[in-house]
Design a protein around this ligand. Structure first.
Ligand SMILES: C[S@@+](CC[C@H](N)C(=O)[O-])C[C@H]1O[C@@H](n2cnc3c(N)ncnc32)[C@H](O)[C@@H]1O
Length: 624
């Protein structure tokens, strides 16, 4: 389905064909939808203040609702190739509720069963016909549909017609989301139909869609190209549309000074319309509207709260610093996360809040002061220098909220759409790699309470997220652990030609169209040892099975490092696997027992005897 909201025009210039009604206020709150995860909770689960505020039950569309109408064609689908393989939701088996029907005493009457069955069949036929009708209609439209010629495109560039653009985007999205049906001829296989088919190819449709989306929403081709690779077409539109709207305003109660309930009461009295943020936070509030500037109330000035996006709660919750620990916030300004860390630590221990840009230090120190933070030291280094300054293996936890491309916060900064280039991303990646190694080097793997690193970005680019963590897994002795957040999509374990360590699914991705928060990424690493290198020879994505030849003579072929691990009895290891799981031991063939010399010569002798006996016998029975 094409989102209805694709009626809005970019940049304020285009005419509003159908203005969007403002989102209902309460709905805005309900859109903070944690995606339920069945993941078991591990070390590092969120420890929150004891305040008891009941979060409202949230409801809303699930990921499966959003992507269910996207048809998947592996042969020719540029949206799906190599990516999001695991995004496909499990489809319920048809008639999966039949079990409950069996248990229904009413169905035990034969008549009723027959009647039900009949209705089912008729209903089924009706549905099929409806679908077929819809497909036939779409086929007719597709047959008439023509992509613009080069000349027409040139003309459009000079004189953009946004109404026409919008119409074409909608049409192409409809065609692409039902492309398989469109091309399938009745009674023929999909592949045969495709080879015969006329009309624009999927590739051409996608190329046109990409151009149109750039023109309509104001993205450059590079960024739109990346987004097109990352999302199925319907979801892509949902994401882009979500970027067009501001995210809800959130505030975080400063528990060093206030309780959320008291703060909420005071603000409500001032004419601030608010609610608890969501059930996953005990300190957050969402502000629907306010009669006073929310960043200038007496309570704000007194440091009772921080204006903070919902997504920026997450890395602090994932880091879960403990009281009296030594914690580093490597890239701290303006201090939203630092002040949260200090509050979680109840102003105990020590937080080193570092910021490289001097101009941003002021906002950091001002926030520390306003919020009554007393356990924090602000510093002004390049984060890469911090291991030298603070010492290697000296702190309990590090937060690296890395400088990034900002591709998750387009709602806040529209300039990202047109300004980011491949080179920008590469520059970010280069710095992020250096910073993450520095972060790991500062942590003491032997810390009694900690030994953790949280890496986060407000980017949705795979190279700035999963690829950085994969790099860290290969360079240091660290493993991924659960972020302790029970919502968010698992990070990619593969993307295009990239294959990441399987444990990357422990990382979490957040999206505006799914979670109603900025695009965000969070990963939590546990430092396993203070060695500078991961354990020898096996890269994180390699398993013993992959590294060791599997033929029967493999004992001789095992590389020395692997052999020594076998000696230590670690036959199931994934060295530096980044996984807390142990892989299933490969079943060992029982060692072949070779006969001794004596046994061999005895066997040979017996064989000779038997041969002699056989040779003395006549060939065939001549007497017969
Ligand atoms: C995403 S922002 C941090 C936001 C902050 N954590 C918060 O929650 O308020 C990234 C910060 O990293 C800083 N930065 C950029 N390069 C850095 C470097 N090499 N070392 C340390 N900080 C750096 C930027 O100036 C920016 O303030």
């Amino acid at each position: 389905m094409v989102p209805n909201s694709l009626t809005k025009k970019r940049g304020g210039k285009p005419p509003q064909t159908r203005p969007l009604p403002p989102p209902p206020k309460k709905k805005q709150k309900k859109e903070f939808i944690p995606e339920p995860q069945s993941e078991s909770e591990e070390e590092g689960n969120i420890t929150e203040e004891e305040e008891e505020v009941e979060g409202e039950e949230t409801d809303g569309e699930s990921f499966s609702d959003m992507s269910s109408d996207v048809e998947d064609d592996e042969d020719d689908d540029p949206f799906h190739k190599d990516i999001l393989g695991e995004e496909d939701e499990d489809h319920k088996e048809e008639g999966s509720d039949s079990d409950s029907e069996k248990d229904d005493p009413e169905t035990k009457s034969g008549k009723l069963e027959v009647k039900k069955e009949k209705t089912k069949v008729e209903g089924g036929l009706e549905t099929k016909t409806d679908i077929q009708k819809e497909v036939d209609e779409l086929k007719r439209e597709f047959a008439e549909f023509q992509l613009p010629t080069k000349d027409e495109l040139e003309e459009e560039k000079l004189k953009p017609d946004l109404t026409n653009l919008q119409k074409r985007i909608k049409e192409i999205v409809r065609f692409l989301s039902k492309f398989k049906d469109l091309r399938q001829e009745e009674g023929q296989s999909w592949k045969k139909s495709l080879s015969k088919a006329e009309g624009p190819s999927r590739k051409d449709l996608v190329a046109q869609l990409q151009l149109d989306l750039c023109a309509y929403y104001g993205y450059n081709e590079f960024l739109m190209g990346v987004l097109v690779e990352m999302f199925p077409v319907t979801e892509l539109l949902e994401l882009i549309e979500a970027y067009e709207k501001p995210r809800p305003i959130c505030i975080r109660t400063n528990t060093l000074k206030a309780r959320r309930r008291d703060l909420a009461d005071v603000l409500l009295n001032r004419g601030v319309n608010l609610d608890p943020l969501s059930k996953w936070s005990k300190v957050g509030l969402v502000v629907y509207d306010s009669q006073v500037p929310i960043g200038a109330t007496p309570e704000y000035m007194a440091g009772y709260y921080m204006l903070q996006s919902a997504s920026s709660f997450l890395p602090c919750m994932a880091l879960a610093p403990q009281e009296n620990e030594k914690v580093v916030d490597m890239a701290a300004a303006p201090g939203g996360k630092t002040t949260y860390l200090a509050a979680l630590m109840k102003n105990s221990g020590i937080v080193y809040a570092n910021e490289m840009k001097e101009s941003r230090l002021k906002s950091l120190t001002a926030n520390l002061q306003r919020m009554g933070v007393t356990n924090t030291v602000a510093s002004n280094y390049d984060g890469k220098e911090l291991p030298r300054v603070l010492g290697m293996n000296t702190v309990d936890r590090v937060l690296l909220d890395a400088p990034c491309s900002g591709t998750g916060v387009i709602s806040k900064d529209e300039s990202v759409k047109a300004s980011k280039s491949l080179e920008d991303i590469q520059n970010c990646v280069f710095l992020q790699k250096q910073l993450i190694l520095a972060a790991i080097d500062m942590v003491d793997a032997n810390s009694e309470t900690g030994g953790f690193i949280v890496y986060s970005t407000c980017s949705i680019m795979v190279p700035e997220n999963e690829a950085i963590i994969d790099y860290a897994l290969k360079k240091r002795d660290v493993q991924l652990v659960s972020c302790g957040l029970d919502f968010g999509r698992p990070g990619f374990t593969r993307f295009r030609e990239h294959r990441f360590h399987h444990s990357l699914d422990k990382t979490r991705r957040f999206y505006p169209h799914v979670h109603n928060m900025d695009g965000f990424f969070v990963a939590k690493l546990k430092k396993m040892s203070n060695m500078k290198q991961p354990p020898k020879s096996l890269k994180p994505s390699e398993t013993v099975e992959q590294a060791v030849p599997v033929d029967s003579s493999n004992d001789e072929k095992i590389q020395p490092e692997v052999k020594s691990q076998h000696k230590k009895g670690k036959d199931t290891i994934q060295v530096n696997s980044g996984s807390t799981k142990t892989s299933k031991p490969k079943e060992r063939r029982p060692k072949r027992k070779f006969p001794s010399r004596e046994e061999l010569s005895q066997a040979r002798e017996e064989k000779r005897k038997a041969l002699r006996k056989k040779n003395s016998k006549p060939i065939g029975n001549v007497d017969e």
